[in-house]
Design a protein around this ligand. Sequence first.
Ligand code: 6PG
Length: 249
Amino acid sequence: MTIPPRIFSSNEALIQASAVCLRDCAIESINDHGSFHLALAGGSSPRSLYQLLATDEFTESIDWGKVHIYFGDERCVGPDHADSNYLMAKENLLDHVPLPATQVYRMEGERDPTEAASAYASLLKQHLPHADNGAPEFDLILLGMGPDGHTASLFPDTDILNKTDTPVAAVYVDKLKCWRISLTLPIINQARYVMLMVAGTQKADIIRHLWHHIEGASMLPVQRVKPTGELLWMLDSEAARYLSQKPEK
Ligand code: 6PG
């Protein structure tokens, strides 16, 4: 179910509201089944969100001992490489919250991509709760979006978009000339909540395209994110500059 986007007048307001949403989901999940299974987004936008979650306001109001951290995608580099999504999360969040290291599940970007993807798929099946249909189910998947409409490492015109038999796959991204490991659409769309957090003027054109989408035009990867749970679009006013909807006060 897609709820109308929430638009915020500044990046700070966007980050604050996103952290509150994430905390609410954590509390609801822990009350419901005793744990919170969260997949983190990569890239640069989430950095300030992770930094906020590492402050007292959120370290003290989320029961981190019951939180399990996963990754939506990873670059095929080692965990200490500057491009590593794991390293970004570690430096800005994981090293600052009382979360047992055994509850952080890293995609092993240093391994052969196909082997690492297969290993992570097995890990998800082992650690994630399972929905009534038997599929592994995240409580919340945090996603970003690129100016081309990619999300996680689901890039336009890549074969990973058609992977329906595995929750994780490796993909060679020709435009970036690199391999990635990523969650696939089936497991993303199985999540109880998906939060798409998009900020900055460089995303305004793609947001305009998405909201004025001409039916029948080729679907961008992010448009195929249609979770059985709730899809929350969280935008700042720069990314939403071409939308008629006004920012929240
Ligand atoms: C990655 C991310 C990717 C990211 C978008 C937006 O590994 O890069 O998973 O999907 O969310 O590219 O990135 P920015 O937040 O840096 O704009």
